[in-house]
Write a protein that binds this ligand. Structure first.
Ligand code: IVH
Length: 701
């Protein structure tokens, strides 16, 4: 529920005392959830609002500032899991600005503080504010010796072992770097890596992260560094701590030196000479926000001259020489006209707010997510309420809460349906192993439920599954509604049925002879399919592409897979044991697959489908390649392909790609700059070739 707190101006001192106490406790709680559990319960905007209110009250009642005030703390103390590191130079934070005026005020303050003449230009850098977690990397004699999180700004966690395994962090610096420097910057996860990590987590039934920042934090704070190593974390350097000699006397110069030493720096950093230029760069960065591929939440301004930074110094926890100009999450209020319950492929019921259309930050919004049943109850959102809608960047708009004084007294709390709105089957919340109820309520109807069937058909024809061009979500929904396609195999009999049908496809609105022929052709092209895609296409819960590949490798043919999954229903038998022994298959996945095949509907659907498509084994190509079955390592710079591409190519050819050289390695592909792996290869007598020779060997040069 959105509380309507008393305006700061109207608070009495007694009320202020109580309010400051409440805010200190509440903010501390959110800090713990965010920093220690990596599981925030409120949005960043809501959190910022709490802090701003706290600061506003303190500004009005300076005598009432508490010793445990959030304004005196940065983040929260280090958690107990890791050893502690005292920062030689504290890792402080930036003060926030939210408007163009705040940016102008910042430059004005700098000018006044330094007593600069009107014509004297103030150079200020502007760069993205990365939404990750800050880290301090200590390089002694150009070697990385320690990594620490920010913690409370004075003492952080020692995460050296974890950072050592990250590919995105250089372990050594170029020869012209000083003998001691603490490089500071942000560890983050790209959107792409975040999506594949979550897919993997979901498949193995593990915790799914709410956003890339939490995923990065959770990955970095693993007690087992091998888990961190498997997570693709990246790094941008933007500041420093203790040092023996800086390479330049400006912010810009230092960042250029960082880059020259081999540290990743952000390409969008720019030197600006006026407030106008700063704001123009702010808008440029904001306009590119959605395409950057990683989360940013504002633009950071820093006075360029370091001697001026020195003079400007700090106020409490933030430097006078810097400002974080945050992007605003756009908000608006509108009326909640209804709550629709959508039914997904796996039966999940998702509440969607139907709103009276409203413009939020230039975009008309008429639907927003209500997350789940518990969230609706927690915020006590009712149909007919005036609600606050937020749209931040490119994420789906969400309903934050309602406006209490606009509530109709006759309104009633919303009751979440306990039956599927489409097929009327029971909808239940499963009990998790921890004893807690799953947040998602699911329709138990399975294939009886037409909503689940349509969603499954869409998935079946989608790009990473059967990839049938021209059979997109919209067409599937239409063909389903018109009973042209009810089951996956109906796709493959469409042409034959069309010949004798009274309602020929070519006569449909929007279709013609040519487009129909094209669709039939696209369908024909998919009558042969690889086993892993086939398994993925079935849409079994928890079975994503990676899991499907593991199953395909293990069972080799569709018939064997089908037979073994049916046999695995006996939890005492060999089939169940074998299924659980497959690398990457956990109990949750195993149960989901067995349950799928225990349903007669599903078995029939698979059998019918197999009458129309032929499924090929996964490794058909591999036996012919000279690298099939070999263990290959790539090292050094690759010029003709990215590392990811190289790995995918080798795997496609049946090779196993490893990250380190051992006795078991068959081949090292080394590009310029190869180091220790090359030495290891010599030590173990492993064959070494360059990138061109690799292409020749695999016949792709
Ligand atoms: S400069 C004295 N530059 O934002 C502080 N910080 O509230 C020097 N951040 O703790 C920090 N991107 O975690 C700086 N380009 C950037 C940043 C950045 C993200 C984070 C960092 C810092 C917080 C400041």
């Amino acid at each position: 529920m959105v509380k309507q707190p008393v305006a700061v101006d109207a608070l009495t001192p007694l009320e202020a005392i109580a309010e400051l106490e409440r805010l200190a406790a509440e903010i501390a709680e959110h800090d713990r959830a965010y920093h220690e559990q990596d599981a925030p319960t409120i949005s960043d905007a809501e959190y910022d609002a709490l802090r701003l209110r706290n600061e506003a009250i303190e500004a009005r009642f300076p005598d009432l500032v508490r010793s445990d005030s959030p304004s005196r703390r940065v983040g929260s103390g280090p958690s107990e899991k890791f050893g502690k590191v005292r920062h030689a130079v504290p890792m402080l934070s930036l003060s926030n600005g939210f408007s163009d005026e705040d940016a102008a005020d910042f430059v004005g303050r700098v000018r006044r503080f330094l007593n600069l003449g009107e014509d004297e230009p103030v150079e200020v850098t502007a760069e993205p504010k990365i939404d990750g977690l800050s880290i301090s990397l200590r390089y002694e004699n150009r070697r990385l010796v320690q990594a620490a999180t920010r913690g409370d700004g004075f003492e952080g966690e020692n995460v050296t072992a974890n950072v050592m395994v990250l590919r995105g962090v250089p372990k050594s610096l170029a020869a012209d770097a000083p003998d001691l420097i603490e490089v500071r910057g942000e560890i983050y996860m790209s959107h792409k890596d975040f999506a594949s990590l979550n897919e993997k987590q979901n498949q193995t039934g593990e915790k799914v992260f709410a956003n890339p920042r939490n995923a990065a934090a959770g990955s970095l704070r693993q007690l087992d560094p091998s888990i961190t190593a498997a997570r693709p974390l990246k790094f941008f350097a933007y500041a420093w701590g203790e040092e023996h000699g800086l390479p330049a006397d400006t912010q810009m110069g230092i960042i250029a030196a960082f880059a020259a030493w081999g540290l990743p720096t952000n390409p969008l950093m720019k030197l600006c000479r006026s407030v106008e230029e700063l704001l123009a760069h702010y808008r440029l960065i904001e306009s590119q926000r959605a395409e950057l591929g990683y989360d940013i939440d504002g633009v950071v301004y820093k006075v360029n001259r370091l001697d001026w930074q020195q003079r400007l110094g700090f106020v409490s926890r933030s430097p006078r020489w810097g400002l974080a100009h945050k992007f605003s999450a756009e908000k608006a209020t509108t009326v909640l006209e209804g709550i629709d319950i959508q039914v997904g492929r796996t039966g999940a019921l998702t509440p969607v707010a139907r709103l009276k259309p409203v413009t939020v930050g230039g975009v008309v919004v008429s639907n927003a997510t209500l997350h789940n049943e518990d969230e609706i109850a927690r915020k006590d959102i009712r149909i007919g309420d005036t609600v606050i809608v937020q749209r931040a960047g490119d994420v789906i708009p969400q309903v934050l809460g309602h406006v209490p004084e606009k509530r109709d007294p006759a309104s009633v709390p919303y009751t979440f349906p306990t039956e599927c709105p489409v097929c009327k089957s029971h909808a239940v919340r499963e009990q998790r192993e921890s004893g807690k109820l799953d947040v998602v309520r699911r329709c138990t109807g399975g294939l009886i439920c037409s909503a689940q069937r349509v969603e499954r058909l869409k998935h079946f024809a989608s790009r990473n599954a059967f990839d049938i061009e021209g059979l997109g979500d919209k067409i599937i929904a239409e063909f389903y509604a018109d009973e042209l396609i009810q089951w996956p195999h109906d796709i493959f009999t469409l042409e034959a049925r069309d010949k004798t049908s009274l309602k020929r496809l070519k006569n449909r609105e929007g279709w013609g002879e040519a487009s129909v022929a094209k669709l039939f052709d696209a369908i024909d092209q998919r009558r042969t399919i690889a086993l892993d895609r086939f398994i993925f296409a079935l849409g079994i819960r928890h079975v994503g592409e990676t899991t499907a590949r593991a199953l395909a490798r293990a069972y080799g043919s569709a018939n064997m897979f089908r037979e073994q999954m049916i046999a695995a229903a006996d939890e005492q038998g060999d089939a169940w044991r074998e299924l659980n022994a497959i690398d990457g298959i956990g109990e949750i996945v195993a149960e989901a697959v067995v349950q799928f095949f225990a349903e007669p509907h599903n078995r029939d659907a698979v059998d019918e489908l197999l009458k129309h498509v032929s499924v090929t084994a996964l490794e058909a190509r591999s036996t012919t390649s000279p690298v099939a079955g070999k263990t290959v390592v790539f090292t050094g710079a690759l010029e003709r392909m990215t590392r990811e591409e190289a790995k995918a190519m080798a795997e496609r050819l049946g090779a196993k790609v490893s990250g380190s050289v051992s006795k078991k390695t068959d081949l090292l592909v080394a590009g310029p700059g190869a180091g220790s792996k090359l030495k290891d290869a010599e030590k173990y007598g492993v064959e070494v070739i360059d990138e061109n020779a690799w292409f020749e060997r695999v016949g792709a040069s």
